[in-house]
Design a protein around this ligand. Structure first.
Ligand SMILES: NC(=O)c1ccc[n+]([C@@H]2O[C@H](COP(=O)([O-])OP(=O)(O)OC[C@H]3O[C@@H](n4cnc5c(N)ncnc54)[C@H](OP(=O)(O)O)[C@@H]3O)[C@@H](O)[C@H]2O)c1
Length: 224
């Protein structure tokens, strides 16, 4: 079976990705900052759990070494933070830098570290969970930190998708919807099951023609 690696797999959307790929008997590499053995049914032979903080280069180097010679068909960069919510006049630049570290540098560090594992796989897919709040076309005057981090992620991945196309990689940016997680809040209109089912259905059908796209979980393209 193919292998999927998921960052931020311990809760929210990452946890639902794990659940739904397990239901299809994929090999799972679940990563999170603080793996809790009680949370994971690691007795399943197709499930591995590794510690990973996407802001920590030592943690990434250790994962890269642990995964040497393992292929990754689908690399899902899911981990992210909302960051500071205050607006203009109260911006905290150190908190802003922290959000960029997690939401932009983190996924790019992982992509750079694990690109060869993906290139050696059959599917060669990289998925980046962004947000339509990173769309410059659709923006509103709030959430400077989160919006700018996701807009920067979009540009970095779009750039990378052009560069890695000749390696056969398909890199796609997904808006998961406004989803009921710790980040999305209890009153969000979409439940994790629907969001992940929508993205997974597309992932299974991606071809290289999808490289560099910015899509919603329901398949709709989102303007940059
Ligand atoms: N929910 C929504 O409505 C929504 C909408 C648009 C986009 N998104 C995006 O979807 C993705 C998942 O969000 P979610 O709703 O599932 O959020 P969530 O419930 O807050 O979960 C966030 C996940 O990211 C992990 N994480 C944060 N910083 C990390 C780091 N430095 N290293 C490793 N893992 C880290 C968290 O781990 P810990 O448990 O260790 O903190 C947690 O597993 C994010 O990229 C988010 O921006 C969500």
């Amino acid at each position: 079976m193919p292998t999927v690696l998921i960052t931020g797999a311990n809760r929210g959307l990452g946890k639902e990705f794990v659940k739904q790929f397990l239901e299809d008997d994929w090999n799972i590499i679940a990563t999170c900052r603080n793996p809790d053995p009680l949370q994971w049914n690691v007795s399943q032979s197709n499930m591995d759990v590794f510690p990973l903080d996407v802001t920590d280069s030592n943690s990434i180097a250790k994962l890269k070494s642990d995964l040497a010679n393992r292929t990754i068909d689908v690399l899902i960069n899911n981990a992210g933070i909302i960051g500071q919510r205050d607006g203009f006049g109260s911006l905290d630049y150190s908190a802003w830098a922290g959000a960029m570290d997690t939401n932009v540098f983190g996924p790019m560090r992982i992509a750079e570290a694990l690109v060869e594992n993906v290139v050696e796989s059959d599917r060669k897919q990289m998925v980046f969970i962004t947000s339509r709040m990173g769309s410059i076309t659709e923006t509103s005057p709030n959430a400077y930190v989160y919006r700018s981090s996701k807009a920067a992620l979009n540009m970095a991945v779009r750039c990378m998708s052009l560069e890695l196309a000749n390696k056969g990689i398909t890199a796609v940016l997904f808006h998961p919807g406004h989803v009921q997680t710790d980040m999305g809040g209890a009153s969000a209109p979409v439940i994790p099951k629907t969001s992940i089912a929508g993205m997974k259905k597309q992932i299974l059908n991606f071809t290289q023609k999808n490289n560099g796209e910015f899509l919603s979980y329901d398949g709709q393209p989102i303007p940059w």
